[in-house]
Ligand binder design. Structure first.
Ligand SMILES: C[S@@+](CC[C@H](N)C(=O)[O-])C[C@H]1O[C@@H](n2cnc3c(N)ncnc32)[C@H](O)[C@@H]1O
Length: 296
């Protein structure tokens, strides 16, 4: 695999001599001695199924980018706090955000890496297969995690996977790439959306019960109660039954993901990367944050 730097900067070597880009502060040092804030890896043309899922997902990402829904914003904040707790007492870490998204500015959960917010103690690098914004306010690699180790020297102390793990085809390949890119003592922090019916049902319950008690007039209450009992609940029941069947038979739940983790399967998935040393489930939802210590 060869890599090339962004237009206007020097190419990474194609000569097989083993020279790869190095992370040098907040930019990459290329083999010819020049530096660049952006690297572009050769595309994974061979994986057509992955490319099709990415194309299907792109409009979703684009529609959310400026204004994420309030519930997602709350999760972003919670994830940022989770990362901050890990960083407490640590400094001078190089952080790779695997699947950072499209934005010109730092993702909402990564504001703590903004040099404008105080001391620059850690270096944040975004990685995403989508080119996204033409100019990014942070060092950025366009490409897939699986292809990165060929293009850059091992350099990272912390890997973030913010709802990106289920978009990566092979967890084994992802874990191998992380191991090749990791410095000794490195960790990975994951944010994963789970698909358990019971967890998703919790969110749904709140959505439906809140309006039920908003107007306590007996007629309004009865009307809403009947709609819930006769229309909403049967509809959701049918949806969950179908989803349950698909999960049990290993069928995809949509056209965007390779994996659909549940509380039962996520532990094994995370163990592909290393030892799970911490877990936190934000209350009321179906998400899990977890920290993994990579093998020494
Ligand atoms: C749901 S988005 C999450 C974006 C961002 N982390 C956030 O939470 O707003 C998943 C991201 O993973 C990226 N992705 C998919 N396959 C990938 C791969 N093999 N390596 C790295 N990133 C990948 C997608 O392009 C997409 O931007």
């Amino acid at each position: 695999m060869t890599g090339r730097a962004a237009p206007g900067t020097s190419d990474l070597p194609h000569d097989g001599s083993g020279h790869r880009a190095q992370l040098a502060g907040t930019s990459f040092r290329l083999a010819d001695g020049t530096t660049s804030r952006r690297l572009t890896l050769d595309g994974p043309a061979a994986d057509k199924e992955w490319a099709a899922k990415q194309a299907e997902a792109l409009p979703h990402y684009e529609s959310d980018i400026d204004r994420p829904p309030a519930a997602v914003l709350a999760l972003y904040r919670a994830f940022e706090n989770y990362i901050a707790r890990f960083l407490y007492g640590r400094r001078d870490l190089a952080v790779l955000d695997v699947g950072c998204g499209l934005g010109a500015t730092l993702p909402p959960y990564a504001g703590l890496f903004d040099p404008g917010r105080g001391a620059v103690e850690n270096v944040y690098v975004g990685l995403d297969p989508f080119a996204g914004a033409a100019e990014r306010a942070y060092p950025f690699v366009q490409g897939r995690l699986e292809d990165l180790p060929e293009a850059i020297e091992p350099a990272f102390d912390l890997f973030l996977f913010a709802t990106s793990l289920d978009h990566i085809r092979s967890l084994g390949e992802a874990a191998a790439a992380v191991r090749r890119l990791a410095r000794p003592g490195a960790h990975a922090i994951f944010w994963v959306g789970l698909r358990d019916n019971a967890l998703l049902g919790r969110t749904l319950g709140m959505t439906h019960l809140q309006p039920l008690f908003a107007d306590l007039g007996p007629i309004a209450f009865l009307g809403r109660w009947l709609k819930l009992a006769l229309y909403d609940l049967p509809r959701h029941y049918a949806y969950f039954r179908r989803q349950n069947w698909r999960l049990r038979h290993g069928r995809p739940l949509d056209r965007l993901h390779f994996h659909y983790f549940t509380t039962l399967t996520i532990e094994g998935a995370l163990r592909t990367f290393g030892d799970v040393i911490d877990r936190f489930a934000p209350p009321g939802g179906a998400d899990l944050f977890a920290t993994v210590r990579l093998p020494a």
